[in-house]
Design a binder for this molecule. Structure first.
Ligand SMILES: Nc1ncnc2c1ncn2[C@@H]1O[C@H](COP(=O)(O)OP(=O)(O)OP(=O)(O)O)[C@@H](O)[C@H]1O
Length: 262
């Protein structure tokens, strides 16, 4: 199991403070979901946890060791991240993109092994992308492209999976499919998952640990039953709502009433 935590992360762009003393311990083997309003710093936290960004202050620890003291390859064997709007050459095929996920596990001159093939196939099957392996990214719909990127992250075969809005571009059925896939990876394979989600009810349904961000600070964190409250949603989103029990799985369900006036 790979551990991930952050101590006293602060990050500013110019004079604008984006992260303000973030302290986090990601629960091992659980699904953590980061929620908060647009621009509150969710992606910045996720990118900092994966060392795609270096905060001016504070330290991220991956497996107990400062992440900035680890090589990119060392990090990529333990942690995969799907950032928002990932980029790759448009003419790369789905299959090549997926094999790219195997790179951290390979030596400079080593070839693809049967194990690589099996892991890539498993990733493509999990995301239902097997029919698209020879298509290039620019020949895919937004949702298919998103699933291709998720396949690549899965092919990296890491204990930790960080995903920034993985359900973007997906219709509701495909959103549920991806969330169920991630839950399955978590439950069956013990993967630790940290994701940013905009759909609050999906966040409450899929999170073991919910992290609510307000203006670059952790406002509240804990199990959804504790954190997912009217007052948290008013504070974090400026939204008045009712919270009822989801009749399907008894998780808290937010029914928006309107923008909060206070
Ligand atoms: N490179 C940059 N230079 C200056 N400001 C930036 C830069 N990147 C992000 N920001 C600002 O930092 C703040 C936090 O951005 P971030 O992407 O972390 O927010 P977010 O909570 O993920 O938002 P969203 O829900 O809209 O995706 C925003 O105000 C954004 O404009």
């Amino acid at each position: 199991m790979t551990t991930l935590s952050a101590e006293h992360l602060s990050l500013s762009y110019g004079s604008t403070q984006i992260l303000d003393d973030i302290n986090l311990v990601i629960p091992e083997g659980k699904i953590s979901v980061i929620i908060g309003s647009n621009g509150c710093g969710k992606s910045t936290i996720l990118r900092s946890l994966a060392r795609l960004l270096t905060p001016q202050e504070g330290i991220v620890y991956l497996d107990g060791k400062a992440i900035h003291q680890q090589s990119s390859k060392e990090i990529a064997k333990k942690l995969a991240i799907l950032p928002q709007g990932p980029e790759a050459p448009e003419d790369i095929t789905v299959k090549d993109l997926c094999y790219y996920g195997r790179h951290p596990h390979k030596g400079l001159l080593s070839r693809q092994t049967l194990e690589d093939d099996a892991i890539v196939n498993r990733a493509l099957m999990a995301t239902k992308m097997t029919d698209f392996v020879d298509r290039t990214l620019d020949e895919l719909s937004g949702g298919q492209r998103q699933r291709a990127w998720i396949s690549m992250a899965l092919a990296q075969d890491t204990d930790l999976l960080l995903l920034d809005e993985p359900t973007t571009y997906l219709d509701l059925a495909h959103q549920i499919e991806i969330l169920e896939l991630l839950r399955n990876l978590n439950v069956t394979h013990g993967r630790t998952i940290v994701m940013v989600l905009h759909d609050l009810n999906q966040a409450a349904q899929y999170a073991d640990h919910l992290i609510s961000i307000v203006k670059g600070k952790i406002f509240q964190e804990g199990p959804p039953e504790k954190v997912f409250t009217k007052s948290m949603i008013r504070e974090a989103f400026g939204l008045d709502c009712c919270i009822i029990e989801n009749p399907v799985d008894q998780t808290p369900l937010c029914i928006p009433i309107g923008l909060s006036l206070s």
